[in-house]
Design a protein around this ligand. Structure first.
Ligand code: CTP
Ligand code: MG
Length: 206
């Protein structure tokens, strides 16, 4: 089997909105420290522990969705000449709707994936901010891919719809890109978090 190494930068480019979404809540926390209404509304589960915890806020959800949508929209204007860098092209849905919708879905999914992880993390008794490898690293990958899949399906309902974005970027022979994301993301996550910690953006290096 021939390995197509080009799938590595392709996969990272396609998933860039979700990476940005995953980092956005930390910056939003710095910018708007007082806007910290929790996603779980302060509710407690049967086990007496927080449903999600203080680290999952509406601010983070909005920041992730906005950042990812803007990223995909910006990416839709970037063309790589003579290589098909299968992308967020405007032709995706005959206009800006495609990149905006896929970007939003990647960001929303990334943050929801992170919050679902926190639900199970609290059930295991881990406090907010405690490490939980590899779930802290992969929660947003699973969420982002899942919601982008749903977003691509919904886009198919548009008249004169383009080919399904998810299917053409990750389906069929493109499946190794999924492996690229699952393998490289924890490594990238580690590097980014150590840098964020050194820059004092994050309280803990994970
Ligand atoms: N954050 C937020 N809203 C979100 C996600 C994150 O405000 N939906 C902010 C919080 O200030 C959080 C920080 O980003 O503390 C880091 O995010 P993350 O590591 O995902 O949260 P933790 O505090 O580690 O909580 P958990 O243990 O549940 O992952
Ligand atoms: Mg954490």
């Amino acid at each position: 089997m021939r390995i197509d190494w080009f799938m590595i930068p392709q996969a990272l480019w396609l998933f860039l909105p979700a990476y940005v979404a995953n980092m956005a809540p930390v910056f939003a926390m710095r910018l708007f420290p007082n806007w910290n209404r929790r996603l779980d509304g302060g509710r407690v589960w049967k086990d007496g522990r927080p449903l999600l915890g203080a680290g999952k806020t509406w601010r983070g959800l909005w920041a992730g969705c906005l950042a990812a949508t803007a990223t995909a929209y910006a990416q839709s204007f970037i063309r790589f000449s003579d290589v098909d860098f299968s992308d967020f092209g405007h032709e995706l849905a005959g206009g800006a709707i495609g990149p905006l919708a896929i970007g939003f879905a990647l960001g929303f999914g990334a943050i929801i994936g992170d919050a679902v992880k926190s639900f199970f993390k609290r059930r295991t008794g881990r406090l907010g901010g405690a490490p939980w490898v590899p779930f802290d690293q992969l929660d947003f990958v699973v969420g982002g891919l899942l919601f982008a899949y749903l977003g691509a399906l919904i886009l198919q309902l548009l008249p004169r719809g383009p080919p399904n974005w998810w299917a053409s970027e990750f389906g069929g022979a493109q499946w190794p890109k999924l492996v690229v994301l699952l393998v490289l993301t924890p490594l990238l996550h580690l590097v980014v978090n150590v840098v964020g910690y050194k820059l004092r953006l994050k309280k803990v290096p994970w």
